[in-house]
Design a binder for this molecule. Sequence first.
Ligand SMILES: [Zn+2]
Length: 342
Amino acid sequence: MNILLPTSTAGSLPKPSWLAQSETLWSPWKLEGEELVEGKQDALRLSLDDQRQAGIDIVSDGEQTRQHFVTTFIEHLSGVDFETRKTVRIRDRYDASVPTVVGAVERRKPVFVEDAKFLRQQTNQPIKWALPGPMTMIDTLYDAHYKSREKLAWGFAKILNQEARELEAAGVDIIQFDEPAFNVFFDEVNEWGIATLEKAAEGLKCETAVHICYGYGIKANTDWKKTLGSEWRQYERAFPKLKGSSIDIISLECQNSRVPMDLIELIRGKKVMVGAIDVASDIIETPEQVADTLRKALQFVDVDKLYPSTNCGMAPLSRRVAKGKLAALGAGAAIIRRELSA
Ligand SMILES: [Zn+2]
């Protein structure tokens, strides 16, 4: 990246209310058929324009074409039965009714590749595309076939790699894997989680990122955060092994979180997407607050490796709040750029 402190978002942005009910996760589409296809593309263009106006450097689709960051990907695979649902505990935190793995998982056709091509046509800026990571995918399913979390994760890693290679060929500059599960299942992360993630990214020549957060600003997550104590040291468990991994960029939650900033020292040498926008609050950060977070992070990240970002996706926020937060991110990064060039 030739830009100093290139800004980006961790993932989703709110959808327009004519496309899906706003401020809701898993919000059902309001359009169907050809209208839905067009509506998603229109929403993608609006979302891109919001990012452009806010001065975001690495842009994304804002996840306008998917209902949910994990489920939409899985819906396109064979081996998973969406009619047979079981209630499981997601990331040890909340119960959800999830689909069942009934056979070998396979990707019969590309999932997001056409959407990525469409985004590529709309902009010359660097683009980032998010995919769920293997460990987070298995955690959102009931497995009646593999009977092994690890085996299922390897199955997904292979599929993700097929998709990632096609996204790269479509012109995606950064492929990001979302692994909030890395902040929960520490033994598995080190035993096979990072290995399956590397498998998903195998052979890619574009940059790769892993996004590890404390989740969307939904109640189950904010309640969980209250139990984590005064210092959130979860990252400490995965960082040593991630530092030695093939993944280029690590995306973290730093704004209003209780993550001690010095934990970032453990991944010195990696590029770090520093979350400087709290997605669990409607209060819009000031550019100065964003700049403060980035300044603190700069103690532990080399300046050419710091990528200002959001803590997580902003899908559940209102469009007004999300736009304000995007603008604050762009303006906050600009403050630090000015300081560095002075
Ligand atoms: Zn996240």
